[in-house]
Design a protein around this ligand. Structure first.
Ligand SMILES: [Zn+2]
Length: 257
């Protein structure tokens, strides 16, 4: 017969209790704790009978406690080592319940795996190369090797620092910005949407500022081509009527002038 009991270490039998199993009055006596739901009450048993329980498959409750303590400590030190969760003013990592620690460790390890994967990404010179026209035609292009190694990093990259992308001040505000970025060989248009705050001023127009970044959305786009539009100046001698005709013709052909 396999016992389902859990044996708790013996302590001095100062009240001369009898062992429930062998009916002896041992020098030291312990408790067999039955699992919850087994319907059995705890029993006082001697260490000989307790050891018999364990040899037949019962668990040593002291050992379980020790193992739990050790595994808690292992989880805490691993969580702290990864650093995704830190002690803060409100709570220490070590004050968390065992269930919370398990969940925190899982989340930490997922984070670690993601960081390891991102840190392993490197770009070749070819991938980082930009033709000369990008400097003149697309001067605001962002290509960052460290903060933008994968699509996964786009959101965090912009959430960490976004106020420069919105033009806000006294009397003017901008709540949407489109930013061109490059990751490896791929180009993306990132659309940032912000919540704008404002306040009335004693003198002059309202003052506007970025309250919060609401959305970061992105879409892969073709590699931008050089901007080939140039300006040319001509001078014509027209009557007002001829000028109007000429401009109508330009509009029909969708020329910009
Ligand atoms: Zn006994």
């Amino acid at each position: 017969m396999k016992y389902q009991a859990v044996w708790k270490n013996a302590f001095l039998n100062t009240t001369s209790r009898k062992c429930k199993e062998c009916k002896e009055v041992p020098e030291r006596i312990g408790i067999a704790q039955y699992p919850d739901g087994s319907g059995k009450a705890n029993e006082s048993i001697c260490s000989v009978c307790g050891d018999k329980h364990i040899s037949l498959g019962s668990k040593d409750i002291e050992k379980i406690k020790k193992e739990n303590k050790e595994s808690r400590e292992e989880m805490i030190s691993r969580i702290k080592e990864i650093g995704f969760y830190k002690d803060n003013y409100y709570r220490k990592v070590s004050d968390s319940s065992t269930e919370d620690l398990k969940a925190m460790l899982l989340r930490s390890e997922e984070h670690q795996a993601k960081m390891d994967r991102l840190n392993a990404i490197t770009f070749t010179e070819e991938e980082l190369f930009l033709e000369g026209y990008f400097a003149t035609d697309y001067p605001d292009l962002i290509q960052s090797e460290n903060g933008l190694r994968s699509e996964e990093e786009i959101e965090d990259y912009f959430r960490s620092d976004y106020s420069d992308f919105f033009d806000c001040g006294q009397g003017f505000s901008q709540d949407t910005a489109v930013v061109l970025i490059k990751i490896g060989f791929k180009f993306y248009h990132v659309t940032l949407t912000a919540e704008i705050g404002s306040a009335k001023q004693d003198i002059g127009d309202r003052l506007y500022w970025v309250e919060e970044l609401e959305k970061v959305e992105w879409k892969e786009t073709e590699k931008p081509k050089p901007i080939l539009v140039k300006s040319y100046s001509y001078s014509f001698e027209f009557t007002l009527e001829e000028k109007a005709d000429f401009e109508r013709m330009l509009l029909q052909h969708e020329y910009k002038f």
